[in-house]
Design a protein around this ligand. Sequence first.
Ligand SMILES: [Zn+2]
Ligand SMILES: [Zn+2]
Length: 374
Amino acid sequence: MRPARCATISASEAESAQWAAVMKSYDVCECGAPLRLMERPTPKPTGTEVLLKVVAAGICHSDLHIWEGYYDLGGGKRLKLSDRGVKLPLTMGHENVGEVVAMGPDASGVKKGAVRLVHPWLGCGECAVCLRGDEQLCRTPASIGVFRSGGYADHLLVPHPRYLFDIGGVAPERAAPLACAGITTYGALKKVGPMLLNEPIVIIGSGGLGLMCLALHRLIGGKGAIVVDIDPVKREAARRAGARAVIDGAAPDAVKQIVEATDGGAWAVIDLVGAAHTVQLALDSIVKGGKLIIVGLFGGGVTVPTPSFPLRAITVQGSYVGSLSEMVELLDLVRRKGMPDLPVSTRPLPAVNEALGELKTGKVVGRLVLTPPG
Ligand SMILES: [Zn+2]
Ligand SMILES: [Zn+2]
């Protein structure tokens, strides 16, 4: 293998490059610094591996954390991603759709030319957790775009066809966000349980995940969703997308507003932000017996009096992406009820740094998806 080469080149040079001859990717070489164009020999799939030509790669908010290299634990403490086994240089991108271009001799059930959504939440595949079907919770995760190369590239190697899903006639850039925003919010909605059909829920955060969560909640037949966000533009997006009510999370009476909108307190809050103040807002807004499901990784910390748990009989649960079987369920839901209506804008792959910058400003409504140049 020729060693990977870090090089900064102009967009025009990138456009004129031979994309298929040498595999190109945009990698995190240094935490927080602009991604750099890397060149490597295009991998040849062996065994059960499948090589895809990337046709759409969603940019997820968690990519900002991976890029910066840490999660904020509150109180000045940080969880470094390098301590979790993330190694640089890293090709990020875990929301991918690609066209199958080659496969190893043991890869069955896929054909060249097939366009597939990639389930990225891989584990070791061998431990008890993986064997029971929860690869996303494996102690040695191998998630695509986090622990192994992702889709901010022209090609992507997937270890087994079981991670590939048919998207029917859905446009790749619309299907790509199902791999993270879709399955993550589907996994969180499942944790609410059957009360979802009878009681309104509260969704905190109206970015890509929030709008996806709202759309899936509607597809599932949920009773109604109240969406909380501090940004009026995002609240308006949620209102247009069918939220029963929208509330400014920064309002001094936000708790009161949530309690009123839920007729006495929320049965379930899905916190897609995960900041100290959003978790506190959720804890203050749920009823006895209620559930708080934390998904977002914004960071920070809260202090909860321990008697609150038994006296209010509350459940606080974390939710991390989803399993392969949940991906099957999600795609079945999409086939039966249609694609969740999430606003999607595309950007050419060489503009990845600008796109990450856009997301960081917090002004992106819906999802940005990278597509091949030209
Ligand atoms: Zn993600
Ligand atoms: Zn495992």
